[in-house]
Design a protein around this ligand. Structure first.
Ligand code: HEM
Length: 507
């Protein structure tokens, strides 16, 4: 009889021991002024208070505990930042102290132990990689040089809509189309080829999907190290290993292929500057020791992975939410169509200088990014003890800035939950990292270098869809009934794909 109770007794004793350990390890913070915290549990800390849509849970908690609150993810102290002022302290005033990003065993494995730009530790090598991204891969001039890629891929999107509406009256799956567009534009700019059309490329795209899922996964072992054996038993670590190995094989092959093909017999580069893709540029820097910049082979692969992981889902998600909001607000859609059709005056090809004049289009995109910041969290690590807004933050604390919540903060925005692009028409507020109430691309040293590239793709696609088609929801569904449920991940997409009915606009 007693034997039957033994496991239970062990269980209770283990819990008691862990509670005791916890009490011992979490020393009181003395006379330090720590930010407010919700009550936490032993072992779990505040993890039990988070839902799968973590940005929403953290927004709710911040309403109660304030714009700077200290949570514990397992044993990791984590400062949650939910206001523009606090974000400015982290990413502008004290940017240097918070220039490092947190690493996990998964990001270390995928990003070549920090040899890429997005998770590399702050320092001279990272600065070199970032300047390659800003000045060479994603400069305005380079973004312009990809104009024909954007034009051709957007024309294919329009052609596909025309084809589908000529053969079926079923609604179109816009989510799928935006994913294809974003993948094809980035693949061509990065590798000079379209991954969606050939066997190994298709496999690469499916590996990238798995990669996003794995990187976005919060595993028990990351926050409660002594439970990391669960990640082994569940097969998670084996999956990471398999996907990382296969991604590396693909990237290694394209890098070697470029190194083999990139020179003529005299050793000169075959391509001229205006036709170079990211891979050409990175392999040239790798081979050429005369520029004073040298990068490792792993960094070529790491940066390519950064560009794919940072540039594809974010772009397609922005398009998806923009069209969602336009379908929910037919008057705003009409205003956009009037602007685009008026400026183009029957002209079919949309040039960069046409887009420059489309102020309402730009306002629609800004408003989309305010309400639906595709990457809801900006992560940093405090490199030393520091006081922020009167609170003491310890070295090693993880900082999560909730850019999604800041975009909806009533302290910064009137009627924050409403989609009102007009709010940006007579306003200088922009998303380039200077106005902290709108930071979908982050800010400071670690801010996104791909803003120009992303905007060029998004503006052209949206302008074409608004000019060439009229749009409705399927089955007479009303805008206000459209399902807006979000799906968790590194980028926050719609849970259900966006489907809509298009009618060709006759000029
Ligand atoms: C709508 C589209 C996009 C959004 C919303 C977006 C958002 C972001 C965000 C939030 C960060 C982190 C910034 C921070 O922590 O302060 C980031 C970093 C980054 N993004 Fe983007 N991004 C987009 C498009 C792109 C594109 C098209 C590229 C490249 C072609 C790109 C490349 C990168 C890279 C390399 C980083 C890492 C920078 C670093 O750590 O220094 N992104 N992006």
């Amino acid at each position: 009889m007693f034997d039957e109770f033994l496991p239970f007794l062990y269980f209770v004793m283990t819990l008691f021991f862990l509670w005791f350990l916890h009490k011992f390890l979490y020393r009181p913070s003395g006379n330090k002024n720590v930010p407010p915290s919700p009550p936490k549990l032993p072992i779990l800390g505040n993890l039990h208070q988070l839902s799968a849509l973590t940005h929403q849970s953290l927004q709710s908690l911040a309403k109660k505990y304030g714009p700077m609150m200290l949570l514990h993810f397992g044993n990791k102290p984590t400062l949650i930042v939910s206001s523009a002022n606090a974000a400015k302290e982290i990413m502008k005033t004290q940017d240097l102290i918070f220039a490092n990003k947190p690493e996990t065993s998964v990001t270390r494995r995928f990003f070549y132990n920090g040899k890429d730009v997005s998770v590399a530790p702050y320092g001279e090598y990272w600065r070199q990689l970032k300047s390659i991204c800003v000045l060479q891969l994603l400069s305005n001039k380079r973004v312009q040089s990809f104009h024909s890629i954007r034009e051709e891929e957007t024309a294919l999107l329009v052609k596909e809509v025309l084809r589908l509406i000529s053969v079926t009256s079923s609604p179109l799956n816009l989510s799928e189309m935006f994913t294809l567009l974003a993948n094809d534009v980035i693949c061509r700019a990065a590798l000079g080829r379209k991954c969606s059309e050939e066997g190994t490329g298709k496999k690469f795209l499916s590996l990238l999907r798995e990669f996003s899922e794995l990187v976005g996964n919060v595993t028990v072992g990351e926050f409660i190290p002594w439970l990391s054996w669960i990640d082994n038993v569940s097969g998670f670590k084996a999956r990471v290993e398999k996907v990382a190995k296969e991604l590396d094989e693909f990237l290694e092959e394209v890098v070697q292929g470029c190194l083999d093909a990139g020179q003529d017999l005299s050793g000169k580069a075959v391509k001229n500057e205006s036709t170079k893709n990211f891979l050409d540029i990175l392999t040239t820097i790798y081979k050429d020791n005369t520029t004073g910049v040298s990068i490792e082979r792993d960094s070529i692969k790491g940066i390519l992975l950064d560009v794919f992981s940072g540039g594809t889902d974010t772009t397609s998600t922005t398009l998806e939410w923009a069209m969602t909001e336009l379908l929910r607000h037919p008057m705003i859609m009409e205003k956009l169509q009037n602007e685009v059709r008026g400026i183009l005056n029957g002209k079919q090809n949309i040039a960069d200088n046409d887009l420059e004049k489309m102020h309402f289009l730009k306002a629609v995109i800004k408003e989309t990014l305010r309400l639906h910041s595709p990457v809801p969290f900006l992560a940093r690590i405090a490199s030393r003890d520091i006081e922020i807004m009167g609170y003491d933050i310890e070295a090693g604390t993880m900082i999560i800035t909730n850019s999604w919540a800041i975009g909806r903060d009533p302290a910064s925005w009137e009627e924050p939950e409403n989609f009102q692009p007009e709010r940006f028409l007579n306003s200088s507020i922009d998303f380039r990292g200077l106005d902290f109430q709108l930071i979908p691309f982050g800010a400071g040293r670690r801010g996104c270098p791909g803003i120009g590239f992303a905007m060029a793709t998004i503006e052209l696609a949206l302008a074409n869809l608004a000019q060439k088609f009229d749009w409705n929801l399927s089955n007479g569904e009303k805008g206000e009934d459209l399902d807006m449920t979000e799906y968790p991940g590194i980028t926050v997409r719609r849970k259900k794909p966006l489907v809509a009915v298009a009618t060709q606009y006759r000029f």
